[in-house]
Design a protein around this ligand. Structure first.
Ligand code: AMP
Length: 414
């Protein structure tokens, strides 16, 4: 079935066509009719499967039809909650693009930037609010953000949202929303605890949609692990980058400090790198993502939090420079490649110290990750580059010394 065959408003179809979306993805095919019917939904789908549009398309269609019938604006009807600023911005962009030809107005209510422009926009009137919890609760408590008209509540990356320590606040928010509302949960992974909470927040007859539970990593992502010494990781990163000079590469590290260190190490060997982590303010983070998206720099070194859920369509390689501490983050990380219909590659650099984490990840995936076996020669070759460089450096130092010597001698002669 094509989007052309759906009974959407022509203005919605126009937005979809402009985005180049002709057919629904699996998750869209399964979710859209249920959302249009007003059902509650618990959808578990792999990352990169078109989850955002799975809720954005029907929400836009329903709200636009309602808006056409309204005599005067009645306030925001849909609230989408997302765990990170980047994800909220991205979801907002999807709503804007699909709803481009409708009269619906949406806003991203996120922290890290001034709140006044957001307040002004809220007072002017919006139909859809996409928010991160912190700023949203701030604006609710200051009474700038009204929730009594919300008919549709969406929790994206629901597992993470509920895990972030926002569960009490979110439950509190539920009491403030009208009883007759539609609740939609979207998530790539879900564990028993979160499942229980989620079920307690939706209607009893909520529809459950789950796509390929057995293998949460998309089939289009070829993922493997390579065993390397902790101190040798940077040479392996350098090697992957140099062997794939035109590829966009996203490397995940454990801490903010390591992100900066890895970027510096790459810069020393002539590879430009961007970093994104919690120490950067929102403007810097947005700027970094823009540069990476536009391809000005092909390597982005990131920590988990900021890179969760980001959608950059053409990331060809994800590198787990450090293995993720939370096993399920493996799925979120490698899901940054192989987006939409594209193929992707993911390599995890596992050191001796990280072997236990690897085990946990494999238990979570319920299968082993393919091991890339490097022959001794190949491993040594990767490090050899460094030895050669050291020699180059020594030669360079000698040349500089010699040059200085001759310069001094010349001066004396004068
Ligand atoms: P998401 O899982 O929402 O992050 O989406 C992953 C990617 O799929 C994004 O780059 C979307 O633009 C793309 N996408 C979503 N729906 C469709 C569709 N029906 N046809 C083609 N691409 C799509």
């Amino acid at each position: 079935m094509k989007f052309e065959d759906y009974k959407f408003n022509p203005k919605v179809k126009k937005g979809l066509a402009e985005l180049g979306y002709s057919k629904p993805t699996d998750i869209q095919y399964k979710s859209i009719p249920n959302i249009l019917k007003g059902e509650d939904l618990l959808a578990i789908a792999q990352t990169g499967t078109g989850k955002t549009a799975a809720f954005a398309i029907p929400i836009i269609d329903v709200l636009y039809e309602k808006k056409l019938d309204e005599r005067r604006p009645t306030g925001a009807k849909c609230l989408v909650l997302a765990p990170t600023h980047e994800l909220a911005i991205q979801i907002h962009e999807v709503f804007e693009k699909i709803g481009k030809y409708t009269t619906l107005k949406s806003i991203a209510v996120i922290g890290g930037v001034e709140q006044d422009p957001q307040i002004i926009k809220l007072y002017k009137g919006v139909d859809i609010i996409i928010a991160t919890p912190g700023r949203m609760f701030d604006l609710i408590s200051q009474q700038h953000l009204q929730t009594h008209q919300i008919e549709i509540l969406v929790l994206d990356e629901a597992d993470h949202m509920l895990d972030l320590g926002f569960i009490k606040d979110i439950k509190g928010l539920m009491y403030k929303l009208p009883k007759r509302r539609q609740t939609l949960f979207f998530s790539a992974t879900i564990n028993e605890k979160i499942k229980k909470i989620a079920y307690s927040l939706v209607k009893q007859n909520a529809i459950r949609i789950q796509l390929s539970t057995k293998d949460p990593v998309a089939k289009k992502v070829d993922h493997s692990v390579v065993f390397v010494d902790m101190d040798h990781k940077r040479f392996f990163l350098e090697r992957v980058i140099k062997e794939n000079p035109d590829s966009k590469i996203l490397a995940f590290v454990r801490t903010k400090v390591r992100a900066e260190r890895v970027a510096k190490a790459m810069e020393r060997v002539g590879i430009s790198a961007l970093t994104i982590h919690g120490d950067k303010d929102q403007h810097q983070r947005s700027d970094v993502l823009k540069q990476f998206k536009e391809g000005n720099v092909n390597l982005l070194v990131a920590t988990d939090v900021t890179a969760r859920g980001i959608d950059i369509p053409d990331i060809e390689i994800v590198i787990n420079y450090d293995l993720p501490e939370e096993a399920e983050n493996y799925v979120h990380r490698v899901g940054r490649t192989g987006r939409a219909k594209k193929k992707g590659h993911a390599y995890s650099f596992c050191s001796e110290e990280e072997k236990d984490i690897l085990k946990e990840i494999q238990t979570f995936l319920t299968k082993e990750i393919k091991v890339l076996v490097l022959g001794e020669g190949e491993y040594a070759d990767t490090l050899h580059v460094e030895l050669e460089r050291k020699n180059d450096y020594k030669t360079l130092m000698k040349e500089i010394e010699a040059f200085e010597e001759t310069r001094k001698k010349k001066k004396k002669k004068k």
